[in-house]
Design a protein around this ligand. Structure first.
Ligand code: PHE
Length: 351
């Protein structure tokens, strides 16, 4: 082999190898290409074999170039192979391919908490009757929670509201702040701010320092209602709450009012609905009585109107308060109020 020819061959081989590699568009053609250059009788292999017949100087020169080209061709071969495989898997339904016909992974979908649902449902019933939704603070002054609702200090009714007091002292050393024990303070707050006519419903958290059991939680939701205007009567209270019961518990519901005592209403009542589970004959749900108590209500006490600056000679009103969790328990057959705050997805996912 003449001097210099080897080097020119390597150079020419490199150029043709690269352009043919570029043109190889299947794994079969890639294999043909590999055999024709680097197979046992391939062109590059032959050059490497012919090194033995060269002068030492030429051998070093051509050998070095041929080995660098070999490394380069092997690397390019690998890259080309990857590219062809990628292109193939994109186009066909092969194993590693992305199969567009497969169903996707379902994204877990959240939902509204059952308390939120029932609160919204109850509110919308009252909204449709012209009541407006307002909200107030959960950390409340003793004045709104008790005094303005005709529950002065040392009044025995305070015993019924086991109060969580806030650790805050005023300048007299008194502790006048608490976690509201009911949503009734919103009656006083709203009347203080707004002239009648008033028609509001006010949902929110309430707190009582109580042992928990299946029907008691120390934190629970309440919905307060208040309507104040000239000539509001007990008949208005009955009509409004009857309509509420029918809309939430069904068209055939009967309601029953019995005397009850709350310092901020006079007369005060508790309202029951006939048991929708047994139809009034008596079952476990209604403890055999045929009736289920669902809320407290009454005509706003004149002292409460006056304390909030409403003239009780001109205006009268009714108020009611209910526990949405208890309403949801009845409506959906939930037997433990603690489930509402237990964060158990098996429970929550049912709503
Ligand atoms: N606030 C009372 C309670 O928590 C319920 C109630 C509200 C009763 C309004 C009468 C009028 O028990």
């Amino acid at each position: 082999m003449a001097e210099g020819t080897g080097a020119a061959q390597v150079e020419e081989l490199m150029a043709s190898a690269m352009s043919e590699l570029e043109a190889a568009d299947s794994l079969d053609r890639l294999e043909e290409w590999r055999v024709s250059y680097m197979g046992r009788r391939g062109r590059l292999t032959q050059i490497l074999r012919s090194l033995g017949g060269m002068s030492p100087e030429e051998r070093r020169f051509v050998g070095g170039a041929a080995n660098r080209v070999k490394a380069l061709l092997e690397e390019s071969l690998g890259q080309r192979e990857q590219a062809i495989k990628r292109a193939q898997s994109r186009g066909s339904g092969d194993q590693d391919a992305f199969d567009v016909t497969l169903p996707g992974w379902p994204m877990p979908q959240g939902g509204l908490h059952p308390t939120t649902r029932i609160v919204r449902e109850i509110l919308s019933v009252f909204q449709s009757m012209g009541f407006q939704v307002v909200e107030g603070p959960e950390v409340e002054w003793e004045r709104y929670n008790f005094e303005m609702l005709n529950i002065p200090k040392d009044h025995p009714a305070r015993d019924a509201f086991n109060t969580l007091w806030v650790d805050y002292e005023d300048e007299n050393g008194d502790k006048p702040m608490l976690l509201r024990t009911h949503t009734s303070p919103m009656q006083a707050r709203y009347m203080e701010q707004t002239k009648p006519p008033i028609r509001i419903v006010s949902p929110g958290n309430s707190y009582r320092y109580e042992a928990t059991d299946a029907t008691h939680e120390w934190q629970f939701t309440q919905i307060e209602g208040l309507a104040v205007d000239r000539g509001v009567t007990f008949a208005n209270l009955k009509g409004t709450l009857f309509e509420f019961a029918r809309r939430i518990f069904g068209e055939d519901r009967q309601v029953r009012f019995r005397c009850d005592f709350f310092p901020f209403v006079e007369p005060g009542v508790d309202m029951s609905i006939d048991c929708f589970s047994c139809g009034g004959s008596g079952c476990r749900l209604c403890s055999g009585t045929g009736w289920i108590e669902i809320m407290g209500a009454g005509m706003v006490h004149p002292k409460v109107l006056e304390a909030a600056g409403v003239d009780s000679y001109i205006y009268t009103g009714f108020a009611f308060g209910m526990g949405p969790e208890r309403i949801a328990m009845l409506k959906y057959g939930i037997d433990d109020i603690r489930l509402f705050h237990a964060n158990d997805l098996r429970f929550l996912k049912q709503f």
